[in-house]
Design a protein around this ligand. Sequence first.
Ligand code: DX5
Ligand code: ZN
Length: 208
Amino acid sequence: MVYIAPSLLAADFSALDREVAKIKRADMLHVDIMDGHFVPNISIGPAVVAALRDKTQLPFDVHLMLENPMNYIEAFRKAGADTITVHVECKEPAQELIAAIRATGAKAGLALSPETPVSAIGDWGSQLSQVTVMTVNPGFGGQTMMIDPLRKIFQLKSQFPGLLVEVDGGVNLQTAPLCKAAGADILVAGTSVFQAEDPYLEIRCLAI
Ligand code: DX5
Ligand code: ZN
């Protein structure tokens, strides 16, 4: 059983309400937030997330690629985030960020960029709902999956049995079986879902 989280980054930004309607059979909506500092790209802010909140029933899985996420946690929670994920490589202490996320009532996630080892999670595993294993360098959709980081899924599942492990970057019909075989619980898929002729069918096929 794997959950599919289409990434809004690959959607048509001129018609987001219509785009989210295409993926209502998914399990959650993955929302990438980029600040132009932690990553070289800029995406959307809390106002856009809030505007989408009543357009879909899907939980919002908000991925903060921000150098300093602390000041934005509350805003994204108010905008409708169900899970808020921060990068362990960002400039603020992960422990404080996780506590701040949990204090809002959201589920907390930690993301690991491709080169970051599982040991970077330290003692915080029990406070997390999910860990995101990045299989591309964060910043852009449509990249090719790096296979090596998938090894981290085995490590995460054995060290933290209750944790959900999400794979983010380059998931498509060719790479999804590798992620599932490695034990992934959530597959983020941007390009493969939103560029598909039939996003509903793509979601179904990714989930098999
Ligand atoms: C990359 C983002 C991903 C991205 C995935 O920085 O975190 O969520 O949207 O896009 P695809 O599925 O196209 O690789
Ligand atoms: Zn993402």
